[in-house]
Design a protein around this ligand. Structure first.
Ligand code: GLU
Length: 400
């Protein structure tokens, strides 16, 4: 029995809810041509999974990665369903992607991919239907190209169709750091509850949008970040890294291993490094049955989506490692997306302080409702799914 079936049965809910939540409502798959800068043409496959709409329009990011496939997109859209429910925002779950390596093509080619993606989907997305956002390897500028393409196709200014846009093009101040800041708010609650000292050693796998902002915010608030990594490898210093220096290196287009005052480690070694708190903030399935037993951290905060396999999750629970799940820890991004959507629809412009305040309220509430379901016997993931599924089932009751 998987976690959803188990939760539904524990909550004594009708099996029909489990069945609905095991399948996506709609999955769109398409192939389109990309004209390369040299005039040649290649074909790429794109996806959008619209998993569940009980709580509102589908919502979730679009990723560009060679590992993108139908199964992964569907799974990630399922996660978005539970995340959006837990965050208490009026959205169902969705996710999209295109399977290719954006590091191997030019920015102009990426713009063509982004516009093509929208041309294939525009009839099935919109502010009241499905609202995409950035995810792995997609950024604010790409959202700007997408919303511009969408507006042209529908002959309307529907900026609320995409979130995570540049601030000067309908975006929200603070959206870029929101996933990292949201994770920080959850870490603060977890640290307070489990009496984790400020001197704790924090290791972060990933230094992209999520990992970089989280490392910066932790550092600014006096926490010790001992390790970070990018796709080329990581760095470790038990005394703590000078995070602004690492950011400077990264922003100049170099890899984090150019930072001198640390030992070079691999991404695999980072997972097993000597630390108290581990934050996977990169890709999925990073902690699996072969390395879970080597994890030294007592606490894991999943800033990435699905970074721990089910087998590893069970092993970590046996080892007594407290895992704070992705649906809770990384809900800050989509919660700020919600504020951006409201801002666009109301024609308002929110200031940064208001965004941070609202984000903290959403994250604290999600933590509280998770904690209300936590017992000595269950994990934070099980507690989060109980809270999330209760809200989903209460809405689905009116659908079938
Ligand atoms: N890609 C982010 C996530 O996985 C944000 C999604 C959104 O803002 O819609 O939660």
């Amino acid at each position: 029995m998987d976690l959803i079936q188990k939760t539904i049965s524990d909550l004594k809910l009708d099996k029909k809810y489990a069945e609905r939540l095991e399948h996506p409502e709609r999955v769109i798959e398409f192939t389109f041509p990309l004209r390369r800068d040299d005039g040649s043409v290649i074909f790429l496959t794109g996806y959008r999974s619209q998993y569940n709409s009980a709580l509102g329009p589908y919502k979730g990011g679009i990723r560009y990665h060679p590992g993108v496939n139908r199964e992964e997109v569907v799974l990630l859209s399922k996660l978005m369903t539970f995340k959006n429910s837990l965050a208490g925002i009026p959205y169902g779950g969705g996710k999209g992607g295109v399977s290719f390596d954006p590091n191997k093509i030019s920015r102009a080619e990426i713009e063509r991919v982004s516009r093509e993606y929208v041309r294939n989907l525009f009839q099935l997305i919109g502010p009241d239907l499905d609202i995409p956002a950035p995810d792995v390897n997609t950024d604010a500028e790409m959202m700007a190209w997408m919303v511009d393409e969408y507006n042209r196709l529908v002959s309307k200014f529907e900026f609320a169709t995409f979130t995570g846009k540049p601030v000067e093009f309908g975006g929200l101040k603070g959206r870029d750091e929101a996933t990292g800041r949201g994770a920080y708010f959850i870490m603060l609650r977890g640290f307070a509850l489990h009496k984790v000292a400020k001197t704790a050693k924090v290791a972060i796998q990933g230094f992209g949008n999520v990992g970089m902002h989280l490392a910066r915010i932790l550092h600014e608030n006096g926490y010790k970040v001992v390790a970070v990594s990018d796709s080329k490898g990581g760095i470790y210093n038990e005394k703590g890294l000078d995070v602004p220096k690492v950011m400077e290196i990264k922003k100049s287009g170099k890899i984090v291993q150019e930072y001198k005052d640390a030992k070079k480690i691999s991404n695999e070694e980072l997972i097993e490094c000597d630390c108290d708190v581990l934050v996977p903030a990169a890709l999925d399935n990073q902690i699996h049955k072969d390395n879970a037993s080597k994890v030294k951290a007592k606490y894991i905060f999943e800033a990435a989506n699905n970074p721990i396999t089910a087998e590893a999750d069970a092993l970590l629970a046996k080892m007594g490692v407290e895992v704070f799940p992705d649906v809770l820890v990384n809900a800050g991004g989509v919660s700020a997306s919600y504020l951006e959507w409201v801002q666009n629809r109301k024609g308002e412009i929110y200031d940064y302080d208001k965004v941070v305040k609202k984000l903290k309220e959403v994250m604290d509430r999600a933590f509280d409702i998770t904690f209300a379901e936590k017992t000595k016997q269950n994990t934070y993931r099980e507690a989060a799914y109980r809270a999330s599924i209760k809200r989903l089932a209460a809405a689905m009751k009116y659908q079938f």
